[in-house]
Design a binder for this molecule. Sequence first.
Ligand code: FES
Length: 159
Amino acid sequence: MAALDNREFIQTAIDGHRHLDGALLPALHAIQDGLGWVPPEATPMLAEALNLSRAEVHGVISFYHHFRTTPPGRHVVQVCRAEACQAMGASALEAHAKRSLGADFGQTTADAAITLEPVYCLGNCACSPAVRIGDRIVGRVDATRFDALMAELREEATA
Ligand code: FES
């Protein structure tokens, strides 16, 4: 995302979707896809453009866990919590991920490298438990593999 600052980008995202019925969700997705999060200034801008109250906009942002209200780390790592993964040890993997990264779901590691998030099925159920690292989906992840993947990410960041 090049020269546009946050406000300009948000305005562009709003303008690109305001003609739609139910423009709020697609506009929010466009904002997060472009900026990596939904900055606080988006709420009043969306409310005004879409003729909604700020409380309504805030309600939608906070209802959907997908939307981030703080900037993500350099990498976003999602651990699947849906049924097939649960059956294959996702709870233990989740607990390990939180302990190992020192970050709860929705939080970013102290070195700003990794944001940990839950996700509900990555369509990779046959290879449970699954995680997504950016756009890459990895199956059959246990604690050892998880730590190796995180070490790779951190090496990339310092390379
Ligand atoms: S339940 Fe985890 S990938 Fe489908």
